[in-house]
Design a protein around this ligand. Structure first.
Ligand SMILES: [Zn+2]
Length: 435
């Protein structure tokens, strides 16, 4: 066993390259009542879109969920959740008995001791995305196995004023992966429903959007479980994918997610769009981040794979930025696809009767030689994915794609350089310190 080092963490700048925290918390205190689909999707006035409303189907089930925007815990009396958690917790205690919560829910790691060998494959430490084989955990999704393919996703939705973005995507026949926050789903259920209606892929982005490795087993379970339940109850689908806020995931959290049949998705490139106005990040910086990926494509960097790019449904700026950059993205990349599509997953939900297009079907490449049949797109195109990437074997294709995609990420498990002690006082302080 390696000794624990009483050092503050390395790589903290990257630890906060995820998405924003504070400003995403929009509460819905009640207001106009919507009994059914009465929202006009063509209305792109943010004030009108974000006028609070009460949606009867949500009002009827709200007591089944943790308090909105609070750290999730098991809801008293929820026998189904309690039973599932007990089972998962037993497995956790058996397989990862020594992995414990660390830091605070808002990302203060001061006083945290962590072995530099990175035994827990903690993303926040050194962006590890490939757990040791002995854990039995699959690697996180970080890239697309398809060449010249931009994996498109949006974090932190549903945003109440997202109609302009969703209309834009619709007008361009562009689907994306939407990483939804459970509290947002209950606050803005009509907006959440639109994502599914528009054909986007829905994934989980936790209940309260805090640092997952700081949570107890029960809390981490509840953050995922109740977000998934909210998506199922409101939208009607059960996601099989999730993204950790701020990328903050380790093997314990990965195992909880995997026992809930959810694959962990992170990213290869971060636009930092959420940081504008928070930490001296300018809109020009964000443009540059987009252009870096776009220019990489032009320079041939994606001959064998594609990036998964982090951007946000967080506010009108972040949504508008994607709209602004979209033509350049489309010009530089052969394909722009939702993440499940890039992985050739045609059953992204537990509801197996819901079928999404394969990569070949989505892109219209048909039976061309570089795409092959729908059951072998990922494998043939990446050249390294050994497993089946068929849509019906979602977890297998995730695993295969991730294994190949993450090989170049480098988890840097042995770093031990000391840095001065820093006491982080939450996200804003962290962002200020490291930018
Ligand atoms: Zn987020």
């Amino acid at each position: 066993m390696l000794p624990l080092l009483a050092l503050p963490l390395l790589g903290l700048a990257a630890a906060h390259t995820g998405c924003g925290g504070h400003e995403i918390a929009r509460r819905n205190p009640g207001g106009r009542v919507i009994h059914s689909r009465q929202v006009d999707n063509t209305n792109i006035d943010p004030v009108a879109e974000c006028t609070p409303y009460t949606y009867a189907p949500v009002s009827a089930i709200k007591s089944q969920f943790p308090a909105i925007w609070n750290s999730a815990t098991l809801v008293p009396g929820d026998a189904d959740a309690a039973a599932l958690f007990a089972s998962i917790n037993a497995t956790l205690n058996q397989r990862l008995p020594n992995t414990v919560p660390r830091g605070t829910h808002n990302g203060d790691w001061s006083g945290v001791n962590y072995p530099p060998a990175d035994n827990d494959c903690w993303w926040t430490w050194k962006q590890c995305t490939t757990p040791a084989a002995s854990t039995g955990l699959v690697a996180d999704i970080t890239t697309m196995p398809e060449p010249e393919t931009w994996g498109l996703g949006f974090d932190d939705g549903p945003n109440c004023s997202h109609n302009a973005l969703y209309n834009f995507l619709q007008d361009n026949s562009q689907k994306a992966t939407m990483f939804f926050i459970g509290s947002n789903v209950l606050d803005w259920p009509v907006q959440a429903i639109r994502a599914k209606d528009d054909g986007h892929e829905i994934c989980v982005h936790t209940w309260s959007h805090q640092y997952m490795t700081s949570f107890s087993n029960e809390q981490a379970f509840a953050e995922l479980y109740y977000t998934r339940k909210a998506i199922k109850d409101v939208i009607g689908v059960t996601p099989k994918c999730w993204r950790p806020p701020f990328g903050d995931v380790d093997n314990r959290i990965r195992l909880i997610a995997s026992l809930l049949n959810m694959t962990t998705v992170v990213w290869s490139d971060d636009t930092d769009d959420w940081k504008v106005g928070i930490a001296n990040v300018t809109t020009q910086d964000v443009d540059n981040n987009y252009m870096k990926v776009i220019n990489n494509a032009k320079a041939g960097a994606y001959a064998t794979h594609g990036p998964v790019v982090l951007n946000h449904e967080l506010n009108n700026y972040t949504m508008g930025e994607l709209i602004k950059m979209y033509p350049a993205i489309k010009a530089a990349f052969k394909y722009v696809v939702p993440i499940a599509t890039g992985l050739n997953i045609t059953n992204p939900y537990q509801e197996t009767d819901i079928v999404y297009p394969s990569f070949a079907q989505y892109t219209g490449v048909g039976n061309t030689s570089d795409a092959g049949s729908s059951s072998s797109v990922s494998g043939s195109a990446s050249g390294t994915a050994s497993g089946s990437a068929s849509g019906s074997a979602a977890s297998a294709s995730h695993s295969a794609a991730a294994s190949s995609a993450s090989a170049s990420k480098g988890s840097s498990a042995s770093a031990s350089t000391a840095i001065p002690a820093i006491s982080l006082l939450g996200l804003a302080a962290a962002a200020t310190l490291f930018l």
